[in-house]
Design a protein around this ligand. Sequence first.
Ligand code: SAM
Length: 247
Amino acid sequence: MWIASGFKYTEWNRASMSNQGSFSGRNPIELVTRLNQLWREGGLHAIRQGAEDYLRHNTIILDRKYEDVRSDTDYRWEFINNHINDSTERLLDIGCAEGYFCARAAGKGINAVGIDTNEKRIKQAKADHPNVDFRVQTLSPDNVTELPESDIILCLTVHHGFVNGYGWDESVEMMKTILEKGDLLVYEGSGIRRDHPSLDEDLETIDYYRELLFDIYEDAEIIEETYTEYGSGERTDSMYIVDCSNI
Ligand SMILES: C[S@@+](CC[C@H](N)C(=O)[O-])C[C@H]1O[C@@H](n2cnc3c(N)ncnc32)[C@H](O)[C@@H]1O
């Protein structure tokens, strides 16, 4: 039944955020329908990701940190680091997982804060990096205004969590508030085309998420963008540095 539960988790964290009941009660037709939906949304990768996520969060079978799941972790840090300078004092990482980027920033003397809804991940982050301020928090439309102001804010493959929890329109309002909280935003799309209600799914990844950013904030000033490789070629994400100092 783990695979059934895997699909529960793959429903983009909705169940874990609302503490809804187990997926195990679903009948086989519902499971096949969900499987078919995942296949159409993200192919084999979406199905595999759901199963992996479930195992990582709910069992000890796959206990890898998110930073170790991805082959581009160091590359992503270098991309961020290029935009950190002597005047960068505060970094906020929303959906920080086990805190890799916060730890790298703290290593440069930056005051880093990492938040994540996942208690297990934050526990690991605190154990590995006791000098960093990590907080268990589910960012929501109700608490997004309470985020601390920062020089640089990381929002890396987490926007889909807002969409799944609160819907597209609320997620856009959350992203707008986040933009107001920082001077620079580092945004990374989630690699799977499901977030935006109407964007052309045939766009290249880097064009898709750029358009998505402009839809959130039409005057967004994108300073730099890059492709990132998630793993062994199965998925390509894209990252953007957005100047939000005038918002
Ligand atoms: C795909 S992982 C990305 C981790 C990290 N940002 C990175 O790119 O290396 C998404 C993380 O965001 C967290 N997350 C999802 N929705 C969230 C929310 N509403 N508030 C806080 N954290 C959230 C998840 O628990 C997970 O650790």
